[in-house]
Design a protein around this ligand. Structure first.
Ligand code: OGA
Ligand code: MN
Length: 283
């Protein structure tokens, strides 16, 4: 456990302004271009645990600042299948770029990053360098709420289940930017995981990487997966972020899914740096 006990009192060093009813908060009082003191970072982590998605606006930072911040949570890992171009001198800083003739990667499906890995990432961070205002929002949903809102009967069934996650869909994508052309073997994760930082239970399946519940066929699994996704992504359980240049936004892959809205084309520039903080094996 890496939490401190904070009651519902205000933070001492930062501010955290909720951005929706169930997740997302804008954090004030943090300048990522300077070293973050331990007491400040402890509050940022607490806000991250409470709100699942945190946004620090108006940042002007270099790749190394992004890496330093990321590594306070877990080591900054490159994509395991090479799905993104890394910066030359910072291969663990991935570049998400959309520009004329070079459309950016699609992420317009609900997912938790890299859940097809044995040890999937704790969180992902995007730093917006250039945006087209009003386009390419990112949506997030709260997977604690998705779990807690189910009936006692379904919760207890899901509690005992595991599911197979695979990169198959990523590998089949055209054009495919991966360094592999065969999907690695699927991995098994609990359907309901316990967040190591908060101790709370969250639903941990997603419609893109979860192939099937263990012992069920994909065809048998799809209706239940679709039902769980529909519940998780109810509008009341979603926060939609409107990007501005200078935003640094971090989401928790252990208890949130996200979806990149594809309402733009290659004439609408977008440039983001992305890092991924290593996590723990789900339990
Ligand atoms: C990602 C992702 C969302 C976005 O980088 O994993 O889903 O809006 N990005 O770019
Ligand atoms: Mn993603």
């Amino acid at each position: 456990m890496d939490t401190a006990v904070w009651n519902e009192t205000e933070f001492m060093h930062i501010t955290a302004r909720p951005l929706s009813g169930t997740l997302g908060a804008e954090i004030g009082g943090v300048d990522l271009s300077r070293p973050i003191e331990d007491q400040v970072f402890a509050e940022v982590r607490e806000a991250f645990h409470r709100h699942l998605v945190i946004v620090m606006r108006g940042q002007r930072i270099e790749p190394e600042h992004l890496v330093t911040f990321t590594e306070k949570f877990g080591s900054a890992e490159p994509h395991p299948l090479g799905s993104r171009r890394g910066l030359g001198d910072h291969p663990n800083v991935m570049v998400l770029e959309n520009k004329p003739g070079k459309p950016g990667p699609r992420n317009d499906f609900w997912h938790s990053d890299i859940s097809f890995d044995d040890v999937p990432p704790l969180g992902s961070i995007l730093y917006a360098i250039e945006v087209t205002e009003g386009r390419a929002d990112t949506m997030f949903c709260n997977m604690y709420e998705a779990y807690e809102g189910l009936s006692a009967g379904l919760k207890s069934v899901l509690d005992g289940m595991t599911a197979q996650h695979s990169a198959e869909k990523l590998v089949q994508e055209v054009p495919n930017r991966l360094s592999v052309d065969v999907s690695p073997p699927s991995v098994t994760h609990p359907v309901v995981r316990t967040h190591p930082g908060t101790g709370r239970k969250a639903l941990y399946v997603n419609p893109h990487y979860t192939l099937n519940f263990t012992g069920w066929t994909p065809e048998e699994s799809r209706p239940l997966l679709d039902m769980l996704t529909a519940r998780a992504t109810r509008p009341e359980n979603v926060f939609r972020h409107h990007w501005r240049a200078g935003d640094v936004l971090m989401w928790d892959n252990r208890c949130a899914m996200h979806y990149a809205v594809r309402d733009y084309d290659d004439t609408m520039p977008r440039l983001m740096y992305r890092t991924t903080a290593a996590g723990d094996r789900p339990y």
